[in-house]
Design a protein around this ligand. Structure first.
Ligand code: GLU
Length: 311
């Protein structure tokens, strides 16, 4: 059997401009795919209209292009994928792996928001659809950086939503359907999504889809305990100066700084990074402190010569 071509992806939600933390994940994913001569796909996860910010998707695509993170094939837009999600939902409903649920959030409050069986007192005009998670659904997987992982999805998560009461498709279903449709073999993303992976594997198994490899990169903060939304790490990246930003992220990814020494043109820098990238050097921590993380427009060569060492 031949193994598929390695394929990574970046799948931002268009909720704002790209910040250094998301660019770190994008760069890590791009490097892993390109280092193995693999493909790299892009997908805009615009399935949550209340959270979508007008113009954010285009700005994210422009920023990725400015950083030279080129992708293969067309950009996939989740807002155009309703038929694929419905087809997957139909499969799950037909096999009784999914069910229509009239429970409200307040009715589930007594069980800490975890759904194990329906407790709805009356039918709602707008029921949700949930995935049935039987008792004993313990999912084990190997994270490329963090090693063996295990989650009892029944106890810790319960029956989770596939289509929300407001009619929106849930992230868990959409991401699984689309990773399969884009042929993704290697999911590299931030550690904030580690907790979702077991749910995604359950869905892949129920839909008969291949399970990709998973690798969760540390979250980037600018000081211990800082909320990302209030920190410099949440400010947009400076697309006008891609080389110093990538050099900084390269070092945050634990890579040897010398590999990029003396290279100042973006294409040459990316080509050298692709060659020199060493997955074994990726940081295994939960968070990275980008101490001295420079605000947009303030990146200066001296600051970049002394980046923080990964924790
Ligand atoms: N759209 C998600 C986000 O921006 C990422 C999804 C994923 O990488 O699986 O947080």
């Amino acid at each position: 059997m031949t193994s598929p071509i390695p394929c990574g992806r970046f799948a931002p939600s268009p909720t704002g401009l790209l910040h250094p933390g998301s660019l770190l994940a994008a760069f890590g994913s791009w490097l892993l795919a390109r280092h193995h001569n693999g493909l790299w796909r892009l997908r805009i996860e615009d399935i949550d209209p209340p959270r979508t910010v007008a113009g954010a998707a285009q700005a994210q695509l422009q920023a990725l292009a400015a950083f030279g993170l080129d992708h293969d094939g067309p950009v996939m837009w989740q807002s155009e994928r309703a038929n694929a999600y419905q087809a997957a939902l139909d499969v799950l409903l037909a096999s009784d792996s999914a069910f229509i649920c009239h429970c409200s959030r307040s009715e589930l409050a007594a069980s800490g928001g975890i759904h194990h069986h329906c407790v709805a007192r009356q039918p709602r005009p707008d029921p949700a659809v949930r995935f049935r998670v039987p008792a004993g659904s313990v999912v084990q997987f190997e994270d490329g950086l963090r090693g063996p992982q295990s989650q009892d999805v029944h106890a810790e998560v319960g029956d989770f939503v596939l289509r929300r009461a407001d009619g929106c498709w849930a992230y868990q279903l959409a991401v699984v359907v689309d990773d399969a449709a884009q042929g993704v073999t290697d999911v590299v993303r931030g550690a904030d999504l580690l907790d979702s992976t077991a749910r995604q594997i359950l869905l892949q198994q129920a839909l008969g889809l291949a399970v990709p490899r998973y690798c969760h990169l540390p979250l980037l903060l600018d000081a211990p305990g800082h909320k990302l939304s209030k920190s410099l790490a949440a400010l947009p990246v400076d697309s006008a100066r891609p080389v110093p930003v990538l050099r900084y992220l390269w070092q945050l990814l634990g890579q040897a700084p010398a590999a990029l020494d003396g290279i100042n043109a973006l294409p040459a820098l990316l080509a050298a990074a692709q060659r020199a990238f060493d997955p074994a050097r990726l940081p295994r921590a939960d968070i990275l402190i980008g101490a001295g993380l420079p605000p947009p427009g303030a990146l200066s060569a001296p600051m970049l010569q002394n980046p923080p060492s990964p924790t």
